[in-house]
Each structure stands twice: as C-alpha cells, then as structure tokens.
Design a protein around this ligand. Sequence first.
Ligand code: DQA
Length: 159
Amino acid sequence: MSSGVRANLPAVSVRNRIEIVHGVNLDQLGRRDPSIYGELTFDALEYRITEWASGLGLTARFFQTNHEGELVEHLHAMQGLADAIVINPGAWTHYAWAIRDALEIAALPTIEVHLSDPMQREEWRHVSVVEELCLATYRGQGPEGYRLALEHLKGALDG
Ligand code: DQA
C-alpha cells in the first residue's frame, strides 16, 4: 500500500542564491571619479550582475548600505537566506574589522570584488580585512570582476 510519501526520491538541493553586498559609497557609482570607477551607475551595475547571474542559473539579491552596523547585522542574518556572497565593502575593506568578523559568522563561500585595483592605489588601500575569508579576490577589472566572481561561485556551488 502506498502512503503517498515518496521517501525514496533523491533530495534536490539547489544552491544558487547569491547575495551581492556593497558597502559604503558604492551607491554613488556614476558620480565617483570615472577615471577610477568607470561611468557605470550603481543601478546599471546591479542590472548587469542580475543578467550575468541568471545566465549562470544563479539568483542575485542585492544589499547596499552606508552604515557599517547595518552591514554587520545583514551578514548576521545571512545564514539560510543565501548560498554564497559577493562582497565589495568599499573603503571598509581597508579597516573595518567588525565586518571581517561578521563575514566569518555568516560562514558562506565568499568572493571579494573591487572595481579598481586598491593595490595600485594609495598605501592605505593595500590592506583587505576580508581577504583571508574569501575564496578569491577580483580587483581592477571593473564590472567584469563581478562576472568572474559569479562564475567562480557557480563552480564552487556545483562542485
Ligand atoms: C573599491 C576600492 C576601495 O578602496 C574604495 O574605497 C571604494 C571602492 C572598489 O570597488 O574599487 O569605495 O572597493
């Protein structure tokens, strides 16, 4: 007699939810120095990321804040809501150790992205507090860095 419960079907677990986390001042893209950050507005960047993600079978969800505590609390809430993170913390990258600790608590596969290459800029930008927690860092490649990050995570989540 059948119980109606198909217990022997394999559990399908799709891991495709990518949280795109932007920190301080990145909402101002389009107004920032185009020789460093390009001409793309923040909305246009998010649109491109959405398209790249869906082409890879991933779902991108976006969060941006200019308030460090908000970013910390967002990372605290991340478990169960996302399968991986792409983070560009903006200037917080270089000194915000509380964001590093919150990212550790989130405990999700993470890629760090920077539009510019901080290593080729002022010395204070050479430190990244999140780098050690990330699978990889893509910097200095403009928006393309996000596409590379998504491809990297696709491989990591499928593999
Ligand atoms: C940035 C690099 C940081 O040094 C800077 O403070 C930013 C943007 C980038 O994407 O190139 O705000 O993270």
